[in-house]
Design a protein around this ligand. Structure first.
Ligand SMILES: Cc1ncc(COP(=O)(O)O)c(C=O)c1O
Length: 461
């Protein structure tokens, strides 16, 4: 009986070893087979993917980037260094370099896209959409349109149901397309284009540059209102909300035809108090995902006639927007709507809030300089009350004699954009808070030094 039992144990042990060996072989071979099948699916994209990853892996000391389409030196892609950094690998910081806070380049979101490298990369075949048109004979991607509508409904910042969409080369192109579409054709006198000081200078620049018989730039809404000049006049008003440069949520002053420029109406910059429901609203990818270089914007339009005119403007100017651009935007928006938009907007809001916290701490020690007041509002997207965190600080020089604030800051090695560029007084200067982390750190250092001077001590960070 004992012998029988021992045989039985031995047999069971042998079977168990055999099964384990078989399972291990299957696991190893199966995995390898899967990898081979997966790899063998990639034929023409492998080389391009390898090139993209190779260039992206060049660190440039963390103070620059190398790009596939950048210059090549000695067969190697050249590092494009951030401001104040130089050398082949961008490791050399030039001492005493001025902090450049002039432009609204939204590079602050670059780390988010690096964290989402796999999801946001795009592969474009050599034969991708060579035609002028999509199969439905339009020049706009229907799928991209669906994602834009989905994003607005997730964020709750604009009504898109029953509205028309038109894509443009950045929102810049749509600003003038909108002026053209709203200007009255029959009027013997041109439509009057206005905005509220301080305003984004492009409205004036474009309206004057295109020099049309149908519209002319007339300046500030408030002086028109106080002089009662709007009676029987054809008026087109730009309403920038939140405003560039001061971040204020604006409403129409004159109450006539309006173009709502919502470039900054995203949770990074402002609490979302409710969906915008205006006749003509313009948004841009530049300040949403940070891809200003992609040049993509969209208009949301209520009225069919206005929509047709805007669409016709884009068609006559460009025969539509690049299909490569639309593909890239689609990919970026797919990532943007992931997790109901929380990963993107939490990243962007936290980054902006952190910058504002540090900035206000510096300005709180100053009586020479002040920045705009911010007031808390309920944000429907985050479902809590928060302070706005605008893209720009609107700095005022408080000393009577310092009426050229740009020059005062420049003496302190800070480059901003002077108030007069926004048709305001030069006592104000705009400082950009949406550039790279390096740029922001240097800006904060220079501001700290300037404020410390005022308090009689030199403080460095
Ligand atoms: C208020 C406002 N509107 C429109 C634009 C233009 O954006 P883009 O042409 O990059 O879409 C900008 C850019 O800074 C802006 O600040």
């Amino acid at each position: 009986m004992g012998k029988m039992k021992r045989y039985c144990y031995g047999f069971c042990l042998l079977i168990s070893i055999a099964i384990n060996i078989l399972l291990s072989i299957n696991l190893y071979v199966g995995e390898n087979n899967q990898q081979t099948t997966h790899r063998s699916l990639l034929t023409w994209s492998e080389k391009a993917a390898a090139e993209a990853e190779e260039v992206a892996a060049i660190s440039c000391s963390g103070h620059g980037r190398a790009y596939v389409d950048g210059l090549v030196f000695d067969g190697q892609p050249v590092c494009e260094c951030y401001d104040c950094y130089g050398g082949r690998d961008c490791s050399e910081l030039s001492p005493g370099c001025a902090a450049d806070a002039e432009s609204g380049d939204p590079v602050f979101l670059e780390p988010f896209w690096m964290q989402h490298a796999a999801d946001s990369a795009v592969v474009i075949s050599g034969w991708h959409r060579m035609s002028y048109r999509y199969p439905d004979y339009t020049t706009m991607s229907e799928e991209l349109e669906n994602y834009i509508r989905k994003l607005h409904s997730l964020v709750g910042n604009a009504i898109t149901e029953g509205r028309y969409l038109v894509f443009g080369i950045g929102s810049s192109q749509l600003l003038n397309a909108a002026v053209y579409a709203l200007s009255s054709e029959n009027s013997s006198s041109p439509s009057n284009v206005l905005a509220s000081i301080p305003f984004y200078p492009m409205y004036k620049e474009q309206t004057m540059f295109f020099n049309s018989e149908s519209f002319q730039f007339e300046g500030d809404t408030n002086s028109w209102q106080s002089n009662n000049w709007t009676n029987n006049m054809d008026v087109i008003e730009f309403v920038t909300s939140p405003n560039n440069p001061d971040g204020e949520l604006k409403k129409s002053v004159l109450g006539g035809k309006t173009i709502y420029d919502h470039a900054y109406f995203w949770p990074h910059f402002t609490p979302i108090t409710g969906p915008s429901d205006h006749d003509l609203m313009i948004f841009t990818l530049s300040k949403l995902t940070g891809h200003a270089g992609t040049r993509f914007g969209w208009a949301i339009i209520k009225d069919k006639d206005v929509y047709e005119k805007v669409a016709n403007y884009i068609s006559v100017a460009d025969l539509g927007i690049s299909k490569d651009t639309q593909l890239r935007v689609l990919k970026l928006l797919k990532v943007s709507v992931e997790g109901d938009g929380k990963p993107l907007f939490e990243f962007s809001y936290n980054k902006m809030r952190d910058r504002w916290d540090r900035l206000t701490a510096v300005f709180s020690k100053s009586t020479r300089f002040s920045i705009q007041q911010r007031h808390p509002l309920h944000c429907n997207f985050f479902n809590e009350t928060r302070l706005p965190s605008p893209a720009y600080a609107w700095v005022k020089c408080e000393r009577e004699e310092e009426d050229d604030c740009g020059a005062v800051l420049e003496a302190g090695k800070i480059i901003g954009r002077s108030g007069s560029i926004f048709s305001a007084k030069d006592r104000y200067t705009r400082l950009s808070l949406i550039k790279s982390q390096d740029d922001f750190e240097l800006l904060l250092q220079r501001l700290t030094e300037l404020v410390a001077l005022e308090n009689g001590s030199i403080e460095t960070m």
